[in-house]
Structures are given as C-alpha cells and as structure tokens.
Design a protein around this ligand. Structure first.
Ligand code: UT7
Length: 311
C-alpha cells in the first residue's frame, strides 16, 4: 500500500483582524508587521467558535472532496495545541459530531509541525494495511492563548483549520518520503506559560531557517529526487522571510511557493493544509505534481514530506 491524499478541506472564521485594527490595540504598525512577517490580516474565531468547530468544518469539506463517508473512517487524528479542553480530545469531539462511529480518535501535540506529524502517523497505518481511511486535521484557535499585551507575539497569529483524508492511492502517487524530528532542548524558546503563548522570536527564527531548508533537502534525498523536480513548496506559514529561505535552498522561483500568510497570519498546525487547499482551488497544484510540505514549531519540532499529488 502507498498512502496518499484522497481529499482535502479547510475552514477559516469570517471575522478579519487587520494590521490597522492592531494599530488601535497596541504600539505597532502595519509597516513593521508587513516588513518583518508578511502578514496583513488574520482570521479570528468568535467566542462561540472553539477549535473543534473549525476542525469540524474542515473535516466535512475533506470527506466530501474524498467522497468518503464518516462511518468509513478508521482513525481521526487532530493536530492542535489549542484543544477545547485537555480531554476529551478534539478528535473525540469530531468523531461524535461526524458520527464516525468506527473510528479511533486521538490528538497530536507537535505545535506547528503537527499536521506533518499527523500525516506521517496516518501513513504508517495505511502502508501496513491496517487502516484505509484516516482523517488528519490541523486546527487551532490560537487567539485564545495569544497575550494581547505582548506586541512581539500578538501580531503573528490567526485561527483556522485544514484537513486531509489519507488512504491508499495508485502506484507512483502519494507520500514518497518523510522526516520527523524534535529537539526538546529548544522547548524554552516557544511554549504556553500560564494562559499565554511565550516566544523568543529571534531564537525560533534562526532554528526555523536552518531546519526548514535542511528538512526539504533531506526528504528529497530520501525519495531519490532532485530540487529541479519540485513543482510546488508548501511551507508552514510563520514568516515570509523564513519561508523564502527554504524556497531559496530549493532554488525555486517565487511562484512555486505557497504564500497565504498575508491573509491568515500564522495558524500553526492549520497553515500547511489551509495553504494546500487554497493552492489546489486556485489551480496551482495539479495531479502528479511533486509537492514538498515542510513545517517547524514549538517543542521544538519539525517535519517534511514529499508527495506526488493525486489519488
Ligand atoms: O510557528 C512558529 C512560531 N514562531 C515563529 O516562526 C517566529 C519566528 N520569529 C520571527 O518571525 C521574528 O523573529 C519576529 C517576526 C517574531 C520578530 O522579527 P525580528 O526581525 O526578529 O525582530 P526583533 O525581535 O529583533 O525585534 C525588532 C524590534 C524590537 O525593538 P528594539 O528592541 O530593536 O527597539 C522589538 O521591540 O521590533 C520591536 N517589535 C515591534 N515593533 C512594532 C517587536 N514586535 C513589534 C511589533 N510592532 N509588533
């Protein structure tokens, strides 16, 4: 069996928080935010919408796209650092709401690399023939842990969810290689302390630039592929300067990398699947394209996959 993507879906809340809105709330400027991060606006969930609500909407779209029924799901994995509550997991909440009564369910905590961790975990079950239909979701309501008094972090994050159904695909397609990694010694640079997210931006920046480039090169090598063969790069959307560094390591032109951070900010585990959906809908990704998905996050964690798109 070779695991691949059977369908994708995403959801972001309606409410937009622009940089000029933030200028009214704290000592910052649109110029600073755009030039340092590439972010212009982000989506903010309402008080009534928790992470599971965002996750559910993305899941419904992914199931429809894959033409898979909820009862056919074998496993639900939700990557999130902002669950509705510590338990039951968001995955169990989704299992109940979808009526996915045959699915096991659990959350994965790997911060912004969470979606990649989820896809790689799902891949193991599919490749061994254990499961055939796995729902992987990245979902975050980061604005509930943002410290609105801290301009260093408050301007960066947004809310949203993205999902994929992982299952067996035809030969030559699907996940060709992957890498997961962690360095707990760097945990102190990005964590939730008390009720809020705390970050040493410069340290995370240095780590991210190095790791994103290394991981892209590693997964290409593992798959026996070259940089020239890459059709599209989907990096975790944390900062355009970090993303450009990864793109330059792969020697890709600007139009071959997904940039959605301008409209969504950093949505942590959701950013990669939301970007995948948006690029697919825009027609920038076609069947048989070679994609590289790469992320990094608090933990510290990282992960990358090469993927031949299509069923
Ligand atoms: O998903 C993973 C999560 N995190 C990341 O990927 C973040 C990685 N790090 C970054 O993206 C960047 O480090 C930041 C965007 C967070 C910051 O950019 P930077 O170029 O590293 O800026 P800096 O931290 O060196 O700060 C430069 C200046 C400081 O002023 P002084 O000390 O030089 O006077 C900050 O106080 O910018 C100031 N500053 C701001 N000014 C206006 C920090 N935040 C703001 C702000 N508005 N929002």
């Amino acid at each position: 069996m070779n695991a691949g993507i059977l369908g994708i879906g995403s959801y972001v809340p309606e409410k937009i928080l622009s940089n000029s809105d933030l200028e009214q709330m704290m000592d910052t400027s649109d110029e600073w935010i755009v030039s340092r991060t590439g972010i212009k606006e982000r989506r903010i969930a309402s008080d009534e919408q928790d992470t599971s609500h965002l996750a559910y909407e993305a899941a419904v779209e992914a199931l429809k796209d894959a033409n898979v029924l909820a009862e056919e799901l074998d496993l639900i994995l939700v990557a999130t650092v902002t669950p509705d509550m510590s338990f039951p997991s968001v995955a169990c909440v989704i299992q109940e709401r979808l009526g996915a009564k045959n699915a096991a369910a659990m959350d994965i905590s790997a911060a912004c690399a969470g979606f990649i961790y989820g896809v790689v975990t799902a891949t193991q079950f599919v490749n061994t023939g254990t499961y055939k239909r796995i729902l992987v979701i990245g979902a975050e309501k980061l604005t509930k842990i943002v410290n609105w008094e801290d301009r260093n972090t408050a301007v960066l994050f947004g809310d949203g969810a993205g999902a994929a159904i992982i299952g067996p695909v035809s030969e030559g397609r699907g996940i060709l290689s992957y890498e997961l990694g962690a360095d707990g010694t760097g945990g102190k640079h990005l964590y939730k302390g008390g009720d809020h997210l705390v970050m040493n931006g410069r340290e995370v920046f240095k780590f991210a630039v190095r790791q994103m480039g290394d991981s892209c090169e590693n997964v290409l090598k593992l798959a026996g592929l070259t940089k020239e063969e890459v059709d599209f790069l989907i990096p975790h959307q944390a900062n355009t300067r970090i993303m450009d560094a990864a793109r330059e390591r792969l020697q890709l032109p600007k139009e071959k990398m997904s940039v959605i951070i301008d409209r969504h900010g950093n949505t942590s585990s959701s950013s990669i699947p939301i970007a995948l959906v948006e690029e697919y809908k825009k027609g920038n990704i076609k069947e048989d394209d070679l994609l590289v998905l790469v992320g990094f996050g608090g933990g510290l964690t990282w992960g990358a996959i090469t993927l031949r798109f299509g069923r």
